[in-house]
Design a protein around this ligand. Structure first.
Ligand SMILES: Nc1ncnc2c1ncn2[C@@H]1O[C@H](COP(=O)(O)OP(=O)(O)OP(=O)(O)O)[C@@H](O)[C@H]1O
Length: 259
């Protein structure tokens, strides 16, 4: 669990369009890395390249390397589905499987990975995942009710429980709180803080206060110009980025001068 990711000279294309260029960064295990930057600079594209999710877009591809501990995620014979199992993802809008119960939402991935898992083991893992997602007490008496019947914040914690049930090494979060009210947002931020003891977490957020609150490291992405690819401008300790950034564009962005 909790692996280090080394990204080197990564270019990400949608067909012929170079969306993100030349990203190199180290993502430390048991820490939270926040990615910030103006709209369209490639934060989500970069995030999805960390578990090969962007390849779901036809003709999307990368050049460069992404290595997780010693495993080259884009190496020959690497199955993108197994990469996605090791590197889980939580999306902007909570997306529980709508027709499935709360229990089944968490159990689904476990069943897919291990079709012979017994009922008792499954019960234990579902409970453990829901507890880790700080949701167990709210749902333990209605596990067989649909996941879609929960509040938005509860649904997002259910999605986090579903993501961690299969015991990934890394958890990617793409604006996980943008559809949530402040109380639910705080619950997710508290949860992120707890989960970083066991996972490597990378979060894209538009909310700079949130980046400052939850992350250890912050990366600032920006566009080189209109129609140009996005690039990583600066990455450093979060306190440094928000107090004394090295780059003028970072300073302008965090002080609200653009974006
Ligand atoms: N499926 C796609 N097909 C083609 N181009 C895409 C696709 N998804 C994103 N892009 C383009 O890639 C670039 C980066 O987009 P991306 O969504 O990664 O930026 P972002 O920084 O996450 O933006 P936002 O903050 O608005 O979510 C943009 O120019 C966008 O139009």
């Amino acid at each position: 669990m909790a692996k280090r990711i080394e990204v080197k000279d990564l270019d990400i294309y949608y067909d012929k369009f170079l969306a993100v260029q030349g990203v190199s960064m180290t993502i430390e295990p048991r820490s939270v890395t926040a990615l910030i930057g103006p709209s369209g600079c490639g934060k989500s594209t970069f995030l999805r390249s960390l578990n090969r999710m962007h390849e779901l877009v036809p003709n999307a591809r990368v050049e460069g390397t992404v290595v997780m501990d010693d495993q080259d995620l884009y190496g020959p014979n690497v199955d993108p589905v197994s990469v996605r199992r090791q590197v889980g993802m939580v999306f902007q809008r909570p997306n529980p499987f709508p027709t499935m119960s709360i229990y089944e939402n968490v159990a689904a991935g476990l069943r897919l990975n291990n079709s012979r898992i017994g009922k008792r083991d499954l019960d234990d893992l579902v409970e453990r995942s829901l507890r880790s997602a700080n949701l167990w007490n709210e749902v333990k008496d209605r596990l067989n009710k649909p996941g879609s019947g929960l509040s938005g914040g509860q649904q997002q914690r259910l999605c986090i429980a579903r993501a961690i049930a299969v015991q990934p090494d890394v958890l990617l979060m793409d604006e996980p709180c943008s559809a949530l009210d402040p109380i639910s947002t705080q619950a997710i931020e508290d949860l992120i803080n707890e989960l970083k003891a066991d996972y490597t977490i990378v979060i894209v957020t538009h909310n700079m206060q949130q980046a400052a609150r939850v992350s250890d490291t912050t990366g600032f992405f920006n566009l080189q110009g209109v129609g140009q690819p996005g690039q990583l401008v600066e990455i450093d300790d979060t306190t440094k980025v928000f107090s004394t950034p090295s780059n003028q564009a970072t300073e302008d962005y965090i002080s609200g001068r653009f974006g």
